[in-house]
Design a protein around this ligand. Sequence first.
Ligand code: M6R
Length: 364
Amino acid sequence: DKGNYRHFMAKEIAEQPEVIGHTLAHYVDMAKGRVKLADNLPFDFKSLDRIAISACGTAYYAGLVARYWFERYARIPVDIDVASEFRYREPPLNSNGLALVISQSGETADTLASLRHCMESGMKAAAIVNVPSSTIAREADAVFPTLAGPEIGVASTKALSCQLTVLACLAIAAGRARGVLTEQEERKLITALIELPRLIVDVLKIEHQIEGMAKSFSKAKDVLYLGRGTSYPVALEGALKLKEISYIHAEGYAAGELKHGPIALVDETVPVVVIAPHDHLFEKTVSNMQEVAARGGKIILITDERGAAEAEGVGEVLVVPASNPFVAPMVCLVPVQLIAYHTAVFMGTDVDQPRNLAKSVTVE
Ligand code: M6R
């Protein structure tokens, strides 16, 4: 049921504060300010050599964000690949590593094949899934459910937010188990997570501004998305969302890669969405942004108030609430979802059932 919403996608975007809250309630002991996981996990974060993540599409981007978190907060090396490549790449797998697959549907053929491949080679395998009765959930050694509720729109939105929430909790648990995070640091990260639903409620308030940009996006033939650090997967996700539902060609790049090729595309007809919360990478992204501006590119900057003040005059700015850099990718995700949604609505495409796509991809 779409309720009062025009599309399932709109409803699912709006539900994010609530479903992130549900997911957090499952993984966080609110009274103690600590992550709680089952006692009988079939693996131990403390003794893991590495984590090998595989997933497809948007779920793969969740894994890309998580790589930064596992490496930074738990000092675990992470391998990550799209599942369709992972299974044929023949990476040397070792039994001290954990395989981690991420899938909304739990039925994606390539992700399932990756899971089976890892388990056959003796690795323990964990799965982050939204459908508890799915094949991937049944076969994995450990299942970490996302509590997003049914996701109907083909374009994944709330499932990604919940995947990131679970991954954030796992990274914190791993950081504690490995003695990387102190209790105080853990509590700080948990506080940031607990504030997230409220921050996203605030982000949703700029929906009107984003709706007003739809017309100009709809005229573009190409759109670029740029970000560094955990904003880089957000850039990839923004581009995928726009492609999927508006059929406008879009690409996401690590901001530092711009001058290695894509800048050749930039002229006054190309909107460039820059995701840059005011963190330790901000200055660097801004200098990439200035290179775009110098070539006449139309900049749409997603940042917080401090970032907006420092980047004044640069183009259109979408101001999101400031947050702990840990959760910033989840805050910045919402505007890129809304850009895709409103552009598609403006263009009159079938937002919930875009052409050529299926909600669950059960063939290779
Ligand atoms: O069900 P899964 O999470 O395994 O699906 C993976 C991808 O097919 C999926 O995320 C796809 O990229 C979405 N349509 C993106 O919006």
